[in-house]
Structures are given as C-alpha cells and as structure tokens.
Design a protein around this ligand. Sequence first.
Ligand SMILES: *Cc1c(COP(=O)(O)O)cnc(C)c1O
Length: 396
Amino acid sequence: MSNARQHMMPVYNPPAEVFERGEGAHLFTEDGKQYLDFIAGIAVNALGHSHPDLIAALKGQTDKLWHLSNMFRTPGAEQLADKICERTFAERVFFTNSGTEAVECALKTARKYHWANGAPERVDIVTFSGAFHGRSLGAINAGGNPNYLEGFGPALPGFKHIEFGDHETLDAAVDDKTAAVFVEPVQGEGGVRAIPETCLTALRALCDERGALLIYDEVQCGMGRTGQLFAHEWAKDAAPDIMCVAKGVGGGFPFGACLTTEAAGAAMQPGSHGSTYGGNPLAMAVGNAVWDIVSAPDFLAQVREISAVMAQGLKSLEDRHPDKVLGVTGKGLLTGLRLKSAPKPVQNACREAGLLVGVAGDNVLRMAPPLIIDQTHVRDAVSIIDDVLSAWQPAD
Ligand SMILES: *Cc1c(COP(=O)(O)O)cnc(C)c1O
C-alpha cells in the first residue's frame, strides 16, 4: 500500500498504519496489530466501533430506502426531529451531512432572523480565539484561525473575533450590529478548553439584553461527550437560540443538524435553505439508534462516572510528571493534557505503544474516547501515556 496515497490531496499527513477493522474501543490494522482508540474519529464514534445496535439499524435500512431528497417525507428524519425537540431547547431541526453544514445553516438562520425582524444591519457574528467551526469559507471566517484563512482570499466581513475569556472586549463587541454570539461550550480543536458554566449563563443574559442570538457549536462537545446530553446543560439558564450538532450524533455515519427555537428559526421558510442529502434515510436510521442509546439517563450517568475515573487518571499523570505536564483540561470525555511543549512526539510515541490520541491547540494531547469505555480502558491508556511521558524529553 506504500504508494496508495499518491492521488490523495495531501491536506492530511497520516502515519503509515492502515486500519481495517474496529470493535468497541479497539482498532485493528491490516497486519493485525491492536490499538486502543482514545480519539474515536475525533469524537465521532460515541458508541465505539461496530456497535451491534448501529449495525442492525443501518442494515435494516439498506434493504428499504437509501435516498429521496427533502422533496418527499420519510419517517426517520421526522422521528429523530421529534426526539430531539422533546429532549432539548429546540423546536425546529434542519438535518445536514456534516458539522460545517450545520454551522452554515446556523449562521444563515441568525442573519435571516434579524433581517425578517426589521434589523437587516444586524449581521455580525461574534466568535472567540481558539474557535473551530469547520472548513467552508463561512466556517473558517467564523473560526478566524489565521492558519486556516491564509491563501483563501479576503476575510469575509461580518465576523468579530474576541480573545477567549476577555469579558470587557466581549461586552463592547456585542452591539446593535450583532446578529449572534457563536461559541463552543467546550472548545475542541482550540485546545480542549471549557467555558466556565457561569460564563455561559452570563453570555445568555448578555445576548438577551442586547437583542443578539446565542449559537452554540456542540459538534464536538455535544451528544453525551461531557456527561450531559449537551455540554451547555451543565450551566444554569444557558439554553441557546440555535445549536449545531454533528460528529457523535451519527456515531460514525456522517450527518449533523442545526437546531433552533421556533422564534429563531421562523424566518427559514421554503426556499431559504436546503441540502440534497440532509436527512438521508441511512443517516437517520443510525441517528435514531444513537439517540435512543446516548440520551438515556443511565447512559449519561455512566459517562459521568467513567469521566471521573479518567480525570483521576490524568491528574495522576500531572502529579507524576510535573516537569512535563502543565495541567488537565476539558470536560467529561473531551479532555486533554496540557504539555510543556508541542504534543506531536508524545502522540506518535503513544501510537507506537498501541494508544491512539489526538492533539489540539499548541500543546494539548487531546483525548475523546468512545463514551462506552470502562475502567480497564482508562487504566491501559493512562499507563501507556505514563510510560511515554517518562521517556519523553520535551523541547525547550
Ligand atoms: C469538527 C467540528 C466542526 C466541523 O464538522 P465537520 O463534520 O468536520 O464538517 C465544527 N465545529 C466543531 C466544534 C467541530 O469540532
């Protein structure tokens, strides 16, 4: 397989291993080597690999109906939208194929809301440093990461980027031109940083006071990942007007959704928006199965329990390697170790030892294991990272 990548646009630079099969929290390469998967397709495989209920849901649907487009009604999408709206702040759902498309729908919905309410000048989207909202032109402009914008033409107007945690600048930035404040309750890519719960509550109040909408990007931190069905549910009185979900909601089948309140979504009418594949029956079959499992209170309680074990394990690494680990970061099972220097060598050494983890920000080793992990998985992962950190000589 050594030349097999020559026709891939080289925007990724994967290691040599070729993965063939997954089972629960483990992955297997072509040559049979086993890996413990603590990144789960970047927080996508919420129920691990090859979950029997998801396989059954997908197989059941493959024999019935694959695609119709939104020209026609299908049961799966309406059922899932009902379940989502029964359990969350949402009253309207638009299904997409990815997180980025959920983000695009959210940004359009926010601007259209103000346009329809007599304030077409309200177009600004306020976002935070370290944000990641996807890779479309709209999403990279919302994210504001200069690395992702370079070479892709002029920055789009209508986006304001605020330093994470700078309350004063935020207060000044949300004005009568603001359409929405757009934020990840726990930043993933930006370094696995959780916004304090009291800040989310204050942000909700600020948006209400200024007439701006509040949009959450829960593409990565939602769907049980932090131990609540959605991460903002940890905070009091902090429900959004609009929320983007994807990744975990499909458990490995690509789909996402933009959720809105009745009021925030009211201007999105026939012709306002669309997606050929959105609400595809295969995706909806898997999505319904994932939702039924992850939204169960006992399942979420189990995620909170294993999250505490994980936090303890990571804390022990911080205690044992104070010269190399600056701290533990994140929330629930979206978590990381802030290291003294760039985390790539640690990530590579972990992989060689049979543990797959991610990186985030400048110096964070990111972990987003399947939500179904048990104590043995955590113990194995912590022990591998411990050995790797012992051998690691951080660059100064
Ligand atoms: C991954 C991610 C996205 C983009 O989702 P895609 O499915 O890759 O388009 C958007 N926002 C956040 C917070 C993400 O983690």
